[in-house]
Structure formats: C-alpha cells, structure tokens
Design a protein around this ligand. Structure first.
Ligand code: HEC
Ligand code: HEC
Length: 555
C-alpha cells in the first residue's frame, strides 16, 4: 500500500494556513467540488458564484450527514457514530465487537428481501441486536487533511466507482469522497447485506424524502434551513445544487457521486482551528506538556506532519502541524492489533474512547485504557522511540494530560456551535429499545421471541408505511406467526396489548427464528403522537409463544 508523504508546500496548500491563528477559517483552498486534485481556486479571487456554489454543496452534505433517512431503516445518520460532542467520535457506550474491540452500533442486520422493504435477518450467526463495527470510529473533524482514510488507510487517495475505476478528476485528495459512499450501503453501518449503489435503492429512497424530516425543526442549524424549509425533496435539492456542475450536472436527482461530493465538502468545512494551541491561550502547564512530547518523547515523529512542530512566539502551533498526525500507519504496542493510522490528537479531551480498539471509558472490565491517566501511563511505559525517556514523573504526567485534554480542544466543537452545530437526531430523543415493555414467553422449543421495533413510524416520510416494520427474533424457526395491534397496553404476564384493532399474519420466521412484518401500518397524520401497541404471537410447534411488546408513537 502506498503511504503518502506530506511535502511541506503541498501541505501548506491544504492547510488553510490563515485560518490557524484564530481568524475565521480561510476556505480559500477548498477543492472544487468536481476536482479535489487540482484546485486552482483561491477564495479571494474566486467568483462569488463559485464560492456560493461550494457553500451550497457543503450545506447539502451537512444535511445528509445528520439525516437518519440515509440509512435503510431510518435509524442511523452518519452523525450517530460521529458526534462533535465526543470530538467527532461515537459517544454511545456498550458496543462490543466479537473481536473484543469497542466499536460503534449500526443497524439491526437487514436483508434484501426483494420487496420494497427490507426484512430483519441474521448474519451468519443469529443476531437480533444492532451490529457492531470491528473498530472504534475515528473523528471526521479534520479528516479533510488526510489523503487516505480509515485506520488501515483503505479509502483514497482516489475516488473510484463501483467497479473500482478511478473517476476522472478524482485522482488525488479524494479520500473523503471515496469514503462517503461506503457507510450508506454497508450492512453493518447503515445499509443491508450485499447492498450496492447500482441497485438505486438509496437514490430512490432519498429522492422522495424531505431533508431532515425526522429531526425537531427547531434544532436545525441556520445555514441549512434553506434546504429543510424549501418544501422540496432531496431530488430537487440535489438538482438545484449540482445542475451546472461540469461533470455531474443536469437533472439526475440523487447520485452516488453527488452524494460523495456533498459529504466530502461538508467535511472540508470542519476545521478545528480555534483550540488554545491555535489561539495562543495555552497555560504554562499546557506548554510544558507540549514540550515534554517534543523533548522527552518522540511523539511528534508520528503525531505531526513535519516531525517537528514548533510553538510560534504567540504560542500558536506551527500550521504545518494542524493535523497532529503524519497520516501514516504504524505499529504501536496495542495488544494484538495490526498497524494503524496515527490519529489526529485534536479534540482528544472530548473522546469517550481511545485508540482503534475503542478502549476507553465504557466501564468495561479487561480494558487496558479507561482514562487519561492510564493512556499516559501506557505511553510512559513504552520503550524509547515510542514512549518517554526518561519516563515522566507525576507532575509531568499532569502537564501532559493538561495539554492533551485541554489545549487541543476547539471550544466550538465541544459546544457544538458553527460550523460544528447540528440537529438533534431522532434516535437521541428515543432510547434504543426504550419503547419495548413486558416479557416474552417460551413455547415448546424454549425460544422466547423478542420484538424488533426500532424502525421509526414516520408519518411525514413519503410512503412512511412502506418503511415502517416490526420484526421478531429468537423465535422458533420456520414458524407461523402474527402480530397483534392494540390501542392500549395490557398488564401481561403473557398478553401485553389490548383493545385489539388488527391481527396480521406475518411470513413464517426464517431458519434462525427471525421474522419481519412488512405489511404496511397505514400511517396517517391523524395518528401523529397517538401511540399504539403491538406484540408477536409465534406458533412454536403447536404451542403458543409470545414476544415482549412495543409502544409505537407515529410522528
Ligand atoms: C455505524 C457507525 C458509523 C456510521 C453510521 C458512519 N461511520 Fe464513519 N466511521 C465509523 C467507523 C467504525 C470508522 C472507522 C472504520 C475503519 O477504520 O475501518 C469510520 C470512519 C470514518 C471516517 C474516517 C476518519 C479517518 O480519519 O480515517 C470518516 C471521514 C467517516 N467515517 C465519515 C462518515 C460519513 C460521511 C458517514 C455517513 C455517510 C459515516 N462516517 C457513517 C463508524 C460510522
Ligand atoms: C510510531 C508512531 C507513534 C509514536 C512515536 C507515538 N504515537 Fe501515539 N499513536 C500512534 C498510532 C498509530 C496511534 C493509533 C493506534 C491505534 O489506535 O490502534 C496512536 C494513538 C495515540 C493516542 C490515542 C488517540 C485517540 O484518538 O484515541 C494518543 C493520546 C497518543 N497516540 C499520544 C501519543 C504520545 C503522547 C506519544 C509520545 C509519548 C505518542 N503518541 C507517540 C502512533 C504513534
């Protein structure tokens, strides 16, 4: 794999140098939407129309990044896993992958059932809970400075089409475009098994969706309300934004390439350059921490673009070291881990988890790093070249901690203010499985069915009934089943819904005992805010087994 080396002039071109000393971000070197490689534009000399165009592309990307409708079942936005409040990483606890790493929660596994909707399904092993990514999520804030992305650098530097061919004009510095098209179709993160862009499923879904229609409109950032208040679905917004693009113009609605450019451009606006180290407001202790990394550790050999960051007289960091990463892969002594990309250290103080393994403050046992003290001890115990020589004493450790935890934190990221502002996600207002109640009861096989009811009943979503579904897992395999719908909850211990208004026969459960009811529950505006209740009945070899129940509140 080619590892890129940042030459200082090339880097300077990318670094928005003027934005690093506390001025508003200078976006003069934003790549042109269709040509990340050869950006000839300098913002001050660009035509106002070009600047406005770039801003619109980025604003569309911001809208998409925070829209849960980008996922197949309306449960996951990009931002679900990348929260500015956690420095651009995932702050939801408890996601443990079978490889032992702390990853991020994605969708409950979905399969292409060949119908308009997608059934819940088990991957090779039976799984009725959310999928978990095999690695921790790195931040998207500052990701625009990497020519290759992901822990193993597999995204970029080119943007390739679905067949693997490089798309013209995306021959370098296009890692963000390359990456952005992955999560929406990924069966763990936001898509379903074997999903391809070429199926057109996502394009069709978004074309007929109103941007951000699932979030509380009062939480939508002001720079994107022109999109959300336009009354237009994504198809028209995409055409409006990209109509005159030389490469991807015209009336095409949502396309893979347009989606990629929008997301990538949004990321290029996420410039975390107002931390104390940029503003010259580091405390003496923080400066000592910086110097310890430079003089007693070899830290900046990897956590620096040039290997030699300096603090300018004002106390600002050398702009060439904006990233605090060399963008390359290294082995560090993490138990059993392959080489990983050096992550940026910016906004580290906001992270809930550390390293690609996600070892962090989850409160789990068997983890070697749970907080900054342990993180610093980890490096303090490394051999020369990776750790500190001689090792830091207690005072010095606190100085290092102060630097890492506070001096690199952009207060706008911490407070989620522009450009790091964002809407509140639907999934943040409704705790996962928080709408479930009661207990399931086993039939003769002993399996206790469990309801899957996390697909949001979203009335304003065009065709919402098509996307609303309930599932069952852990049921008897290949069994007849049905779903009872009632207007009120019941007290159990077996039947949890009453005032029944419908009982609908579902397709048989599959070989893993998982079933999905895709029969539309015809959602109407009169149903908004009025909860209804449902529960599965599964015929377990002639005996009755019941699932727990769910409260569904259309919105
Ligand atoms: C289910 C959680 C999840 C969702 C949803 C998600 N990501 Fe990520 N993201 C991750 C994980 C995990 C990684 C690291 C994967 C790896 O390195 O193999 C990652 C990596 C990244 C990176 C690379 C950062 C770096 O420095 O290498 C960027 C940028 C990014 N995601 C942007 C996005 C965008 C854009 C979307 C939506 C289209 C998105 N993510 C959706 C979990 C998620
Ligand atoms: C040989 C290159 C190298 C050197 C030298 C190095 N690091 Fe790292 N650092 C890495 C890599 C690679 C990772 C990511 C490893 C992983 O997560 O799997 C990392 C991760 C980190 C993290 C966690 C970041 C996060 O987002 O979770 C911190 C903090 C850190 N390093 C600080 C230091 C300090 C302090 C020093 C000096 C004592 C240092 N590093 C020296 C390569 C290096």
């Amino acid at each position: 794999m080619a590892l890129f080396v940042l030459s200082a002039p090339a880097l300077a071109q990318r670094l928005h140098v003027n934005g690093l000393i506390g001025e508003p971000p200078d976006t003069s070197t934003w790549p042109h939407p269709a040509a990340p490689d050869a950006n000839p534009y300098v913002r001050s000399t660009a035509l106002p129309a070009d600047i406005a165009q770039r801003d619109r592309v980025a604003q569309l990307g911001k809208t998409l990044f925070w829209d849960e409708q980008v996922s197949i079942d309306n449960t996951m936005a990009c931002g679900t896993c990348h929260s500015p409040a956690a420095g651009g990483t995932d702050n939801r606890p408890g996601a443990v992958h079978s490889n032992g790493n702390f990853g991020t929660f994605g969708v409950i596994p979905q399969a292409d059932t060949g119908t308009i909707d997608y059934g819940f399904t088990a991957p090779p092993s039976t799984q009725i809970d959310r999928s978990v990514t095999p690695v921790n999520a790195p931040t998207m804030i500052g990701a625009y400075l990497f020519d290759q992305l992901f822990w193993d650098l597999r995204a970029g530097p080119t943007f390739v089409d679905e067949l693997g061919f490089v798309i013209p004009n995306f021959t370098d510095w296009a890692a963000l475009e390359d990456l952005a098209v992955g999560p929406p179709i990924n069966g763990v993160e936001m898509g379903h098994q074997n999903m391809l862009w070429s199926s057109g499923v996502l394009q069709n879904k978004l074309n007929t969706s109103y941007p951000l229609s699932m979030v509380d409109p009062t939480t939508i950032p002001p720079d994107i309300t022109w999109i959300t208040s336009s009354g237009a679905m994504y198809a028209r917004i995409f055409d409006f934004v990209f109509f005159s693009d030389p490469q991807f113009g015209g009336l095409q609605g949502v396309t893979r390439e347009r989606f990629a450019m929008a997301l990538a451009h949004y990321h290029r606006t996420l410039i975390p350059d107002a931390a104390p180290i940029d503003r010259g407001t580091m405390t003496p202790n923080q400066k000592r921490g910086f110097n310890l990394m430079k003089t007693r550790g070899n830290c900046f050999a990897c956590h620096s673009a040039t290997g030699n960051p300096t603090l300018a007289p004002l106390g600002t960091v050398d702009p060439f070291d904006n990233l605090f990463s060399d963008g390359r892969q290294h082995f560090i002594n993490l138990p059993g881990q392959p080489p990983r990309k050096t992550p940026t250290l910016r906004n580290l103080g906001l992270h809930q988890k550390f390293f690609s393994t996600g070892h962090g403050s989850d409160g789990f046992v068997n983890i070697f790093v749970t907080n900054f003290t342990q993180l610093i001890d980890f490096y303090n115990n490394q051999p020369p070249g990776l750790g500190f020589t001689p090792p830091l004493n207690a005072t010095e450790k606190l100085q290092l901690q102060d630097f890492l935890q506070n001096a690199l934190t952009d207060p706008r990221v911490a407070a989620q203010t522009a450009p790091f502002d964002r809407p509140q996600l639907y999934s943040e207002t409704q705790v996962f499985e928080g709408n479930e109640y009661g207990l399931g009861t086993a039939g003769v096989s002993g399996a206790i069915p469990e309801i899957l009811a996390n697909s949001p009943p979203h009335v304003l979503q065009p065709g919402a009934s098509d996307w609303f579904k309930v599932g069952v897992g852990n049921a008897a395999p290949n069994a007849t089943s049905m779903v009872m719908f009632g207007a009120a909850p019941a007290g159990g211990p077996t039947i949890w819904v009453t005032s029944l208004f419908a009982t609908i026969v579902a397709p048989n459960t599959n070989a893993q005992g998982i079933g999905t009811l895709q029969q539309p529950v015809a959602l109407t505006t009169a149903m908004i805010g009025v909860p209804f209740f449902c529960q599965w009945f599964v015929d377990d070899a002639g005996t009755a087994s019941f699932s727990d129940a769910a409260r569904i509140t259309p919105f």
